[in-house]
Design a protein around this ligand. Structure first.
Ligand SMILES: [Mn+2]
Length: 344
């Protein structure tokens, strides 16, 4: 049986008690300190358990969204996130740092910006592949130092490099995707490395990978045909199916457990913010009505970890370039940092 959903003990030490003994805690947790790191924490990367890797890349987006601004905006807004999480406790104690943006990504972004609107899709595809190689290399280097990694997009196309890096280190892991879209198109508008094709690229590269999709509510028939042809390794839980069960009186806990029971023991989580209701991400590139509430999502994710399964790494993508969207994403990012496997 799965453990009950139990918040941290009420007698847990308050942040101020632990702060004095903890090297990662900002003693003055001042949200106006523009020099502090993510969540107002120290910027020193030594001995941290979790590294957030920023990937401000959105050249693979079908609609201009400004999601390349998300890592910078989330950093700013993260300083307003309370450090004591009511479910997971003092997440910051593990040490969390936002890495500097890889200079190669900056160069590739500048190169993408110089392309004309009618630029050949082959050129954009090439740049997307190069960005993913850079991301894969950087993440492998963090994993080899025993750090857990969360990749912060950017559009969904960047997940490819992160999944490849994690699969090298954790060959038994499966993939859990929270998303409004299946992202299983072979290509979109001629772009093979489109954000709408990222899961197709990943599943094509790793034929043994198991994929569980949750919250899906916008697909094309080509994607559903691909899913059917791969039904031995793609398990899709649509938003419609979830909402129908809720309407019939099935509890959210029972729905979560029916999904979780089929998940492998080790997971990589790719979280497209548009899997949530649009009210949580109004400025994401392609919002779709419906979706999971914020509380449904955090309950589901916490219950996965309570079941004994391990989240090896994650990405959070498609956050809109707007401070309010970034603030909600910063809350979610902090929660994800509390769920990801602690590496040191
Ligand atoms: Mn997506």
């Amino acid at each position: 049986m799965l453990d009950e959903y139990i918040p941290v003990a009420e007698n847990e030490k308050c942040v101020h008690d632990t702060a004095l003994q903890n090297p990662y805690h900002p003693l003055y947790n001042d949200s106006s300190d523009e020099n502090s790191g993510i969540f107002g924490l120290s910027t020193h990367i030594n001995n941290v358990s979790t590294v957030i890797v920023p990937a401000p890349w959105d050249a693979a987006c079908s609609q201009g969204t400004g999601t390349r601004q998300a890592p910078e905006l989330i950093l700013e807004q993260s300083r307003f996130v309370e450090l004591h999480d009511l479910v997971l406790g003092n997440i910051y104690e593990r040490g969390i740092v936002l890495a500097d943006t890889n200079s190669e990504i900056t160069v590739l972004t500048e190169e993408a910006a110089t392309l004309e609107n009618d630029a050949s899709t082959a050129k954009v595809d090439q740049l997307c592949q190069r960005v993913n190689s850079v991301i894969e290399k950087e993440i492998v280097s963090h994993l080899s130092l025993n750090r857990s990694v969360g990749l912060l997009g950017g559009d969904h196309s960047i997940s490819y490099g992160s999944v490849m890096a994690h699969k090298k280190v954790f060959p038994a892991m499966g993939l859990l995707q929270i998303d409004a879209h299946a992202d299983l198109r072979p290509s979109l508008d001629g772009l093979t490395w489109s954000h709408a094709s990222v899961l197709h690229r990943i599943m094509e590269t790793i034929p043994t990978l198991l994929l569980t999709q949750v919250g899906i509510r916008a697909v094309c028939s080509i994607e559903q045909a691909y899913k059917s042809a791969n039904n031995y390794r793609i398990n899709q839980h649509t938003d419609y199916e979830i909402q129908r069960k809720l309407a019939q009186g099935v509890t959210w806990q029972a729905i979560c457990d029916s999904v979780i029971n089929h998940l492998p023991a080790e997971l990589y989580l790719t979280l497209d913010i548009d899997g949530l209701e649009p009210s949580c991400c109004p400025n994401t590139g392609t919002p779709v009505p419906g979706g999971l509430s914020y509380n449904q999502l955090t309950y589901f994710l916490h219950r996965i970890v309570s079941s004994g399964r391990i989240i090896r790494g994650f990405d959070l993508v498609e956050v809109g370039g707007n401070p309010k969207d970034a603030l909600i994403a910063a809350h979610l990012l902090y929660f994800l940092c509390g769920l990801v496997e602690r590496r040191n």
